[in-house]
Design a protein around this ligand. Structure first.
Ligand code: C2O
Ligand code: CU
Length: 485
């Protein structure tokens, strides 16, 4: 249960830290504690995370409490909101009790120094149960980011251990409301208990999907928004596996940022995005009393992810012309002199055999066969060898500091792969299957059999993970790193 002190704390933090009004029409009162802007310690300015198992009742759990792993008592999915230029400091205590359940925190999408990147062994020693670690950096860019552990990620995400980091200060014209929507489904059986987070068969295919769909722990939440207002919706796909195709019905909307990076506003038809991708949507909410819907069109039946109901205030009368966000001063890749590096994403022979076997065996769980799930997938024929990152092997590529590169990403499989690079962002170029409006991204969704080119300036020294963000693919081999020096 969520205790009263925690509720008071997070409600106060909500109002105090942002001034943003969160209103949720159909959720029980405990909801505010489920996703809340968290505040640092007033005197030290430091955030404190204590990662532990806590019985938590999210609205989408049908009245059950489940053993979530969370960052603080009384809340899941915390939101850190910073102003651009504001330093961030956190102490992280690992209070998990399972032996060997290490943690490190990765600040996904933030181009911070390598030693703060939160990858066990590669950038830091893992924080073992009972130990405390520390992070300290100043986010160099504005945007919508998130954070998560980089150890045993399938289970850690499955138990809800992630949060959002918002770096404010990019609006050239202030929006009227700013909402953070984290999409993460839950694998529950009919009695609302956790199903296993993975199976070998699913890992060899598209990954294990949740059975209960949810935004911020609520199935189809209804947000109260002002009427005819410019509503900024920061939508994060933080699901371990699910590909979504996002659209809005009942309101005009445009994408104003991809993975936190401001772009020329892209009128929102639909936008396909995989795990770890984020879009910032600016929506003109409908007139008072009407409702707009956030949709996922990827599933066989389109589903309503969330609703926005306009209240009686009416904010604006002008035509909806979304203002572009401020652009951060990125180095732009010198494409004509860039060196090209091919990266092939494939399944291994074992992975192929598992997928075939799964099809043959129907419902029999492959796990029963006691096969190792270590190397189902590969990048350039290299499979990451260990699930705990302790054996990293050689770099997939050695990049020279300051130089421009074009990565030729080739998906040789019939599955989608959201490919993520740490510490850098990609300029998304052309694809063999589609045209994309110009944008930057730290995670690009490779469609089945697609060839996609991205340009990158290797401007951040260190060893940087480069992997698929379908977490079962990442943990079964589709992971590597590039060095920049
Ligand atoms: Cu969210 Cu290594 O990634
Ligand atoms: Cu993948």
């Amino acid at each position: 249960m969520i205790n009263r002190r925690a509720m008071l704390f997070s409600t106060a933090a909500l109002v105090g830290a942002t001034g943003t009004r969160w209103a949720l029409a159909n959720a029980p009162p405990s909801f505010d504690a489920a996703t809340a802007v968290i505040a640092p310690d007033a005197s030290s300015g430091q955030y404190t995370f204590e990662i532990a198992e806590r019985m938590t009742s999210l609205p989408c759990f049908g009245g059950q409490s489940l053993p979530l792993w969370t960052f603080a008592p009384g809340q899941a999915f915390p939101i850190v909101r910073l102003k651009h230029g504001q330093p961030f400091k956190a102490a992280v205590r690992n209070a998990l009790t399972r032996p060997g359940e290490d943690v490190t925190i990765h600040w996904h999408g933030l181009r911070i120094p390598n030693r703060e990147d939160g990858v066990p062994y590669l950038t830091q020693a893992p924080i073992k149960p009972g130990e405390v670690g520390a992070y300290s950096f100043t986010p160099p860019e504005t945007g919508t980011f998130f954070f998560h552990t980089h150890c045993n990620s399938v289970e850690h995400f499955g138990r809800g251990l992630f949060g959002a980091m918002i770096v404010e200060g990019d609006e050239t014209e202030p929006s009227d409301t700013d909402l953070v929507l984290m999409m993460k489904d839950w694998r529950l059986d009919p009695n609302n208990q956790f199903l296993s987070f993975t199976s070998l068969e699913a890992a060899a295919k598209a990954g294990s999907y949740g059975t209960v769909r949810a935004i911020n722990g609520v199935t189809k939440p209804v947000y109260q928004v002002p009427g005819s207002a410019n509503v900024r919706v920061r939508f994060l796909n933080v699901d371990p596996s699910r590909i979504s195709e996002i659209g809005i019905e009942g309101a005009d909307a445009a994408i104003i940022a991809v993975d936190g990076n401001g772009c020329d506003p892209i009128p929102l038809g639909t936008w396909r995005m995989g795990p770890a991708s984020r879009i910032d949507i600016l929506m003109r909410s409908p007139k008072s009393g009407s409702t707009a819907r956030l949709m996922d069109y990827f599933s066989p039946e389109p589903i309503v992810l969330a609703e926005f109901t306009s209240n009686e205030t009416s904010m604006r009368e002008d035509a909806f012309t979304p203002a572009p966000l401020m652009r951060m001063p990125y180095k732009i890749a010198d494409r004509s002199n860039a060196e090209r590096i091919p990266f092939a994403f494939s399944s291994t022979a074992t992975g192929q055999a598992m997928a075939d076997l799964g099809a043959l065996m129907g419902n029999i769980p492959i796990g029963k066969l006691c096969l190792s799930k270590k190397s189902l997938w590969a990048i350039n024929k290299q499979s990451w060898a260990s699930t705990d990152h302790s054996d990293s092997g050689p770099a997939l590529a050695a990049l020279q500091l300051g130089k421009s590169y074009i990565f030729e990403l080739h998906n040789q499989t019939p599955h989608s792969h959201p490919i993520h690079i740490h510490g850098h962002t990609f300029e998304v170029m052309g694809s063999s299957l589609r045209t994309a409006p110009p944008h930057r991204a730290d995670t690009v969704l490779l469609r089945p059999k697609e060839r996609l080119e991205v340009a990158i300036v290797a401007d951040n020294p260190g060893n940087w993970m480069f992997h698929c963000h379908i977490l079962e693919h990442q943990e079964s081999g589709m992971m590597g790193y590039v060095s920049v020096s």
